[in-house]
Design a protein around this ligand. Structure first.
Ligand code: ZN
Length: 313
C-alpha cells in the first residue's frame, strides 16, 4: 500500500505566491527558479513512487514526506517503507550532472557544466534519520525493527562516483525493486507479528509538516501582492462582480463559486487565520455581508467577539 504523495507545502506556497506576484516584481525570477527546483524535486519523488508501486508486495506500506520530532530534534524522511521485517528510509535527491562521494572527508561534490560545487553529505543525513527514528520507535513503545537507508538519485542520467571501495547505499531510482527484493531475502519472515498498521497510523498522527511564513522567508512586502478574486479557470486577477456572479475579464468565465482558489492562496501565503476586514482587503470586496457570507462557508473555527473576530479556515 502506498499513500498518495502530496505536493510539498513549500511548493504549493511558492505556486500561490507566484500567482499573486506582479510580473515585474524584482524577486520574481528568483522565486520562479526556487519553484522549478522544488517542482523537479517533487517529480523525482513521484518517480520513486512509480518504482515502489512496481514492487507488488502487499506486505509493505509506504509513507511519504514525514517529519517527526524526538526530544525536540526534528527529522524528515522523504519515503519510509514499512515491512513486517524491516524499515527502509529512502532519501531522495534530484541532482543532475556527476556526483562524487568522498567518504573520507564526508563530502558530496557535484560536477555540472564544468563547475564543481560542494553539497551537504546525504550519508550523514540518513545516518541521523536512522538514529532518531530508532529512538523515536523506542520512545513510542514499538519493537526495534532493523532500519535500512538508501539515498536515491531520482535523475537516471546522473553519474555516481565514489572514493569508497565498500558498496555504497546510493542508488539510481530504477534499483528500488531490486533493493526491496534483496531486503526481503536478507530479513527472513518474522514469527511475531510486527504492528505495521499501528506504526503507520502513529507516524501519520505524529507527523508535523513544516509550515513557514513564506513572505518572511523571501522578504516579500505583502503590499506588493496582487489582490482580488482569482479566476479559477485562467488565474487572472481580479474577477469582476456582476450581480451575484463573478466574471473574468480575460477568459469570460462566469460563476458564483469562485472563492475557493483565492482562499487557498490566502492560506498558503498568510496562514489560516483571517478577519472580516482582512478578507475584504484580500478579495477586494466592499460588502461586509458578502465577506460574512464567504466566511460562514469556509470557516471551521472562530475566536473573539463581533468586530474583533478571528476566523480560522
Ligand atoms: Zn479567467
Amino acid at each position: 500500500m502506498t499513500k498518495k504523495r502530496e505536493a510539498p507545502y513549500k511548493l504549493l506556497q511558492l505556486e500561490a505566491l507566484l500567482k499573486r506576484l506582479p510580473a515585474n516584481h524584482p524577486k520574481r525570477p528568483f522565486l520562479e527558479q526556487e519553484y522549478h527546483k522544488r517542482l523537479a524535486g517533487y517529480r523525482g519523488e513521484q518517480e520513486i513512487d512509480f518504482y515502489l508501486n512496481y514492487v507488488s508486495d502487499h506486505h509493505i506500506t509506504c509513507l511519504n514526506n514525514i517529519r517527526l520530532n524526538y526530544d525536540s530534534q526534528y527529522f524528515q524522511i522523504d519515503t519510509l517503507v514499512i515491512s513486517p521485517q524491516y524499515l527502509l528510509i529512502l532519501e531522495i535527491k534530484n541532482i543532475t550532472g556527476t556526483i562524487y562521494f568522498d567518504e573520507q572527508f564526508g563530502q558530496l561534490i557535484r560536477i555540472y557544466e564544468g563547475k564543481q560545487e560542494g553539497m551537504r553529505d546525504p550519508i550523514f543525513q540518513v545516518q541521523r534519520q536512522k538514529n532518531l527514528l530508532l529512538k523515536w520507535l523506542k520512545k513510542n513503545h514499538f519493537p526495534l525493527w532493523p532500519i535500512e537507508a538508501f539515498i536515491v538519485i531520482s535523475n537516471p542520467s546522473t553519474i555516481i562516483k565514489t572514493s569508497n571501495t565498500q558498496p555504497l547505499h546510493i542508488v539510481h531510482v530504477t534499483k528500488i525493486p531490486e533493493i526491496i527484493h534483496h531486503l526481503n531475502k536478507k530479513y527472513p519472515p518474522v514469527k511475531t507479528l510486527t504492528p505495521v498498521a499501528e506504526l503507520a497510523d502513529k507516524i501519520a498522527e505524529m507527523n508535523q509538516p513544516l509550515v513557514t511564513d513564506i513572505l518572511d522567508e523571501y522578504a516579500i512586502d505583502p503590499g506588493h501582492l496582487i489582490k482580488g478574486v482569482r479566476c479559477p479557470n485562467c488565474d487572472f486577477i481580479p474577477m469582476k462582480k456582476i450581480w451575484k456572479k463573478w466574471q473574468c475579464t480575460k477568459c469570460h468565465f462566469i460563476s458564483q463559486h469562485v472563492y475557493e482558489t483565492s482562499l487557498d492562496d490566502y492560506k498558503l501565503i498568510f496562514g489560516n487565520k483571517i478577519t472580516n476586514r482582512g478578507l475584504r482587503d484580500f478579495l477586494k470586496i466592499r460588502s461586509r455581508s458578502t465577506a460574512w457570507y464567504i466566511l460562514q462557508k469556509f470557516v471551521t473555527e472562530k475566536k473573539g467577539t463581533n468586530r474583533k473576530m478571528d476566523y480560522f479556515f
